[in-house]
Design a protein around this ligand. Structure first.
Ligand code: TRP
Ligand code: ZN
Length: 881
């Protein structure tokens, strides 16, 4: 039943509740189709509220069975109940009273995966953002903090494991083959952090002793038989716990920490207090089934959810407009963790790539919104790259502006002052202002203004005066609801490099504020003048990607070449190389569209060879350099009137030129990088595999043969190498016997494991060219495919729509029509998933006219459908604009 009103929620309408719920006691009687929830809420009327104010609780799809206040059942005239609201009007005069609510829910038919549902026979919950109201009536908002006691009763055979938040207090047997467990969480928390898991699960156990000596029992629960695949996640968890003590001074605060992996989950994972629930994709890994990227993802998500214990749980959000308070900050923390565990530079480049691939297009399209939005219709649609990734960049800029010591001082103050609070972005910014004595009011615009600032930079060297001048100008395009933008405070990290490759230190600096190696741009246009510069330097700007902006710099090609080889900042090297590659690729697209062949820039081809051959560089860094900007990266840089076929042709032409020029070097390197010894997922080994697999693609193109990839597929002793070989076979030689054989072998070997088979779906869904639509349609009928499992839907529909530019954007529009039908089908079961997948069409306006019209028609078809969920309605309406 769809009863959402599609109401608009506004930040300025925030008002605290009239009532508080200091204590919540829940009792679950679990049955697959009829679960009874008895909630006893201790209610406190807030000072200044009188007893005539009704208590209005949120619900969603609820059936009220019984209701009493202070132990007395309420008559019909004492309350009003609908599936989405319980209004109690007959209330006692006392400040404190008790409300007891009994509801009935059906976990079996819950396919939205919000509230209490079943995943492969396991009962589990997902309450963020507004799922708790699908369990019982409550003040389901993050500023209502309550201490929870939870009693779970279930069939012992069906659910031998009974888990909830906090510490275990009691377990016991009951008549009729049932049993119970009681959990107690002493930390007040908002309802979105409530969790319950009950089912038949295996687990691995370990422990961690905090620096103040608290021994914490750790467990990870998985499907029976998959226990060994949870060992890496456990290792990552222990490293996360240690790191948060060392780097942020944060300790864990309960006797147990449990993680559960489930196979039906809308997002990556969830930070419920003491009981994190994970998409199994972010728990399960071994050499046989997981790629290096999977391992890195597990490490990052385990850390992310664990770090939420302080940034999100102990300090939560006042309202959902403040979502970035916990998400941006926690992403920043998990980024830093991964950087410390792996190669910092490689990690940073990967972050920049993700930001540009996901957040920049969001900022440039119809779904653009500020890091802290001011309004929403459906909060689920605001778990976005802007809130998460740009939110993290904003925290990173605070550290860049203040430096690491004052940043830590500010964080310490944040934890000290706001522990136990439901806080706001203003609270967060204030601690850094107080810790540093600096004014961050202009900086705070990063939270308010949507859109990616563009920096135009020009340079002037005066040999006679020995001065070097940089002129910077910022601008930002209009975004929905924000036509005029104010200038932002942009920290631009920089270096000046001499012809010997060494940094040049200026004598004096005038103009815009420069502190150490950071230019603080605050006005629309500013100039910095450096004196005592005895030769024309090559400027490296935006080192470490110090601000989430686009950079239009008039740097000559030779300077970019120089930076790509000499910048001491690896991110700077990568940025310079990417700029060169993108430029030549775009020139190629123009020629292809004019019916000509791309002109190959042999200097750039040489440059790629030189970096690849440089043994002093990290293999992972070389792999990043060797991977050309993707088709969607190129499209994004072109900006409008995109023809994806021309983009692919230009990119393939450059790949071919690089491959043929460097075939000898690449082949030799490919051999030296061969795996020896036992598989290890560490960063250095993963880097070597990444480089070798990138070489495999080039070599296969140069050799115009699937043989090498087929051989690698057969010889592979790990999933990274196997999946890479399969990718080359399917994407480059899709019609070959070798591709068919490898696909069949993969299916035979992993056909019993849907999570692993997602890779098999993805590789086929992302095969370039118009034929992939038929493949995707055929795969929808595969026995392992199901539209209502989010991982499956993302593997086939999601990968097709977001990672197959030429297949999805077929000139005849057939793929858009197929996509619209699939979205509507998914929306009937799982609106959150449907809405998220639909964002794949957000850049439709930048396509060339024919495709644009087909895409618009598909969106209009969705918009015209009756009974759309609020989720999809919100996305489709904003996308059409
Ligand atoms: N808070 C979770 C995280 O980022 C995100 C999340 C998990 C979520 N499941 C959700 C958000 C369901 C909305 C709905 O760690
Ligand atoms: Zn999070």
């Amino acid at each position: 039943m769809r009863t959402d009103t599609g109401q608009l929620f506004r930040l300025e309408d925030y008002r605290p509740t009239d009532y508080l719920i200091p204590q919540t006691s829940l009792a679950f009687d679990l049955h697959p189709e009829k679960t009874i929830v008895r909630a006893v809420l201790s209610i406190e009327r807030r000072e200044g509220t009188d007893a005539s104010q009704p208590l209005v609780l949120d619900g969603d799809d609820l059936k009220l069975v019984a209701l009493s206040v202070n132990g007395v059942a309420l008559g019909d005239n004492g309350y009003q109940a609908t599936p989405e609201r319980l209004e109690i009007t007959q209330l006692p005069e006392e400040k404190r009273f008790t409300v007891e609510i009994v509801t009935e829910i059906n976990p079996m038919t819950n396919r939205q995966l919000m509230g209490l549902y079943r995943s492969s026979g396991v009962y589990c919950t997902q309450c963020e953002a507004e799922g708790f109201r699908r369990i019982t009536y409550f003040l389901d908002r993050p500023d209502v903090l309550s201490v929870y006691t939870v009693r779970i009763e279930a069939s012992k055979a069906e659910a031998p494991v009974l888990l909830s938040n906090g510490n275990p207090v009691e377990t016991g047997d009951l008549p009729g083959g049932r049993h119970f467990a009681v959990w107690d969480d002493p930390h007040p928390k908002p309802s979105y952090l409530f969790a319950l898991v009950a089912g038949s699960l295996g687990h691995i156990a370990d422990s961690f002793t905090t620096r103040s000596g608290r021994k914490v029992d750790l467990a990870i629960y998985v499907e029976h038989g998959k226990e060994p695949r949870a060992l890496y996640a456990m290792d990552a968890l222990k490293r996360s716990m240690k790191w948060d003590e060392d780097v942020f001074g944060r300790e864990y605060d309960l006797d147990v920490f449990n993680v559960v992996a489930v196979s039906d989950f809308n997002m990556g994972a969830m930070e419920n207090k003491g009981l994190n629930v994970f998409n199994d994709k972010y728990v399960l890994a071994d050499a046989e089934t997981a790629t290096d990227a999977d391992y890195a993802g597990i490490e990052a998500v385990i850390a992310h959810e664990y770090f939420h214990n302080w940034t999100g749980n102990r300090i939560t959000c006042r309202d959902w407009f403040q979502l970035c308070l916990k998400e941006g900050l926690t992403v920043f923390r998990d980024h830093e963790f991964s950087a410390d565990q792996r190669s910092r530079a490689v990690k940073r480049i990967a972050e920049v790539k993700t930001l540009k691939a996901h957040q920049f297009p969001e900022d440039a399209g119809p779904l653009a919104h500020p890091v802290r939005p001011r309004q929403y219709r459906e909060i689920n649609n605001f778990y976005t790259a802007t809130v998460y990734e740009k939110g993290s960049e904003v925290v990173r800029m605070i550290r860049t502006i203040l430096g690491p010591d004052l940043f830590r001082k500010g964080m310490d103050l944040y934890f000290e002052r706001h522990d136990g609070d439901a806080a706001t972005i203003e609270d967060f910014v204030r601690v850094f202002e107080e810790a540093s004595g600096r004014d961050l009011s202009q900086f705070a615009l990063w939270y308010e203004q949507a859109g990616t600032p563009n920096l135009s930079v020009s340079y002037d060297y005066d040999a006679a005066e020995k001065t070097f001048t940089i002129e910077l100008e910022q601008s930002m395009k209009a975004t929905p609801g924000q036509s005029r933008k104010k200038p932002m405070h942009i920290p631009v990290k920089f270096g000046l490099i001499g012809s010997d490759g060494k940094e040049i230190a200026p004598e004096t600096t005038a103009g815009a504020e420069v502190i150490a190696d950071v230019i603080h741009l605050r006005q629309r246009k500013e100039t910095v003048r450096f004196t005592g510069i005895t030769e024309r330097p090559v400027p490296s700007l935006l080192r470490g990607f110090s601000a989430p902006v686009t950079l239009a710099s008039e740097l000559p090609r030779d300077d970019l070449m120089f930076l790509a080889l000499n910048d001491s900042d690896p991110v700077g090297r990568w940025q310079a190389l990417t700029k060169l590659l993108t430029g030549t690729l775009i020139a190629g697209v123009k020629r292809v569209r004019g019916g000509k062949m791309p002109v190959i820039d042999s200097d750039i081809v040489d440059l790629v060879g030189r970096i690849t051959a440089d043994e002093t560089l990290d293999a992972a860094f070389r792999a990043l350099c060797l991977t050309l900007p993707g088709e969607s990266d190129i499209a994004r840089e072109i900006g409008n009137n995109i023809d994806p076929d021309a983009v692919l042709a230009s990119r393939d032409a450059l790949i071919k030129a690089i491959a043929e020029t460097h075939a000898g070097l690449f082949a030799a390197l490919y051999d030296t990088l061969v795996n020896t010894g036992e598989f290890s997922p560490d960063a250095a080994s993963a880097g070597r595999r990444a480089l070798r697999n990138s070489l495999l693609d080039y070599l296969s193109v140069a050799e115009a043969s699937p043989s090498r990839a087929a051989a690698q597929y057969r010889a592979a002793d790990n999933m990274t190498d196997r999946a890479a070989a399969l990718g080359v076979l399917v994407h480059r030689f899709g019609d070959s016997e070798s591709a068919a054989e490898a696909l069949a072998a993969f299916e035979k070997r992993f056909g019993g494991d849907p999570l692993v088979m997602d890779k098999w779906f993805i590789v086929q869904a992302t095969r370039p060219g118009p034929k992939s639509l038929d493949t995707v349609q055929a795969l929808m009928q595969h026995r392992l495919f199901s539209l209502d499992n989010p991982n499956r839907a993302r593997a086939l529909i999601g990968a097709f729509a977001t990672a197959n530019q030429t297949g999805f954007n077929r000139a005849d529009g057939a793929a858009y029509r197929f996509f619209a039908d699939a979205i509507l089908k998914i929306d009937g079961e799982n609106p959150q998933l449907a809405a998220r997948l639909l964002t794949a069409l957000r850049s439709w306006r930048s396509l060339e006219a024919g495709r644009r019209e087909h895409a618009r028609a598909a969106l209009a078809q969705i918009a015209a459908t009756e009974k759309l969920s609020t989720d999809v309605k919100d996305i489709v309406e904003r996308t059409l604009g």
